[in-house]
Design a protein around this ligand. Structure first.
Ligand code: F0G
Length: 353
């Protein structure tokens, strides 16, 4: 049967009632891809859950469909969120679909181009602040307490419920939970959502439990360093967050699963960002590459044993952040005259070398 979107497919496992509107952009049901080349090189069984194929290009659609549907059910006419880009794209899309207003507050100059383009095209009210994500989140939390606008950041529990469905899918696609679930950590909602999902599915279907391995960016590694980072910095703007809202839930996921939360450097992120498209044909954004970078690091250190079955969550599509991709070019694309022979001569050298 054709996929009907998360609220229909997982109605029994979500807070869906008779009053919940049937909102959907056909989110979820994303592929779990095996990565044969990286698996061979690393000596593990590596898979990627490619969340970049959701309707707005990130995992945020899972949480947003649930949060916006519940907002409408409760009579809300507008939603608000702070965002490093993906949450705002998803909020804007689902609000447009539902015919309500989306207000997004974003850190000026630190949102990838594709994400900003999405918010513009979906018709959101966009507020840029001279501040970072953490400051924007603090602001929208206060505004939502004082006015009739629903907060749809992941502190809204419906977001976590929607996002937990990705863990259900991983178990179904693999036949059981993997040994290890590797995931980028920013505001720490998604690691908490996956862990909730794995536990609920295991209770219902005995699907097993993975070790949760979360990865922050080095310059934004609040959980690892056990302190708020006032000025977080990383090339992976999606996870440029210094005071994660779901800090405690993330620690709980780590402890209950006997897992770990570590950090990866920007160099490790960039390496994984380039490796994945070149070795496996999958283009994920820098924030997502943190999970692959983390897997490589943990295999090298011996913390991921050889032969482990590992699922890395690829949270967003590479097309979200074209500038960071283009910046990786060490040389400009070769420029040749509009002349078949000139192009052929150049290609011949490449093909025979
Ligand atoms: N990967 C991507 C591509 C993200 O956009 C985010 C978070 C994360 C990972 C981290 O997930 O916050 O649940 O730990 N993006 C948020 C946003 C903050 O505003 O789009 P998390």
């Amino acid at each position: 049967m054709t996929w009907q979107g998360l609220l229909k497919e997982y109605a029994e496992l979500l807070p869906v009632t008779d009053q919940t509107p049937p909102l959907s952009l056909m989110e979820g049901n994303t592929p779990l891809l095996s990565f044969p080349t990286l698996s061979r090189e690393l000596g593990i069984e590596l898979y990627g859950k490619f969340e970049g194929l959701n309707p707005t290009g990130s995992f945020k659609d899972r949480g947003m469909v649930m949060a916006v549907a519940k907002a409408i059910e409760e009579g809300s006419k507008s939603i608000i969120c702070a965002s490093t880009g993906n949450t705002s794209a998803a909020a804007a899309a689902y609000a447009a679909r539902a015919g309500i207003r989306a207000i997004i507050v974003i850190p000026k100059g630190k949102v990838a181009l594709g994400k900003l383009a999405q918010a513009v095209m979906y018709g959101a009210e966009i507020v840029e602040i001279d501040g970072n994500f953490d400051e924007a989140l603090q602001m929208v939390r206060k505004i939502s307490e004082k006015s009739a606008v629903t907060l749809v950041n992941s502190v809204n529990p419906y977001r976590i419920d929607g996002q937990k469905t990705a863990a259900f899918e991983v178990c179904d696609q693999l036949g059981s939970a993997p040994d290890i679930l590797a995931i980028p950590v920013g505001n720490a909602g998604n690691i908490s959502a996956y862990w909730k999902g794995f536990k609920e599915y295991n209770e219902k279907y005995q699907s097993g439990l993975p070790k949760m391995m979360g990865f922050e960016a080095e310059g934004a590694a609040a959980i690892v360093k056990n302190k708020v980072i006032e000025q977080p910095e990383t090339i992976a703007t999606a996870i440029r967050i210094g005071n994660p809202a779901s800090w405690e839930l993330a620690l709980n996921a780590k402890e209950e699963s006997n897992g770990s939360i570590g950090y990866v450097t920007d160099d490790e992120i960039v390496n994984a960002f380039k490796l994945l498209p070149q070795k496996e044909g999958i283009f994920a954004e820098p924030g997502s590459a943190a999970s692959i970078a983390g897997v490589i690091q943990q295999v090298k250190s011996g913390s991921i044993p050889k032969g482990s079955k590992v699922v890395a969550v690829l949270t967003g599509n590479g097309l979200k952040d074209p500038q960071t991709a283009i910046d990786q070019l060490s040389i400009d694309p070769v420029n040749l005259p509009n002349n078949e022979k000139a192009v052929m001569d150049y290609l011949e050298e490449l093909i025979t070398s």
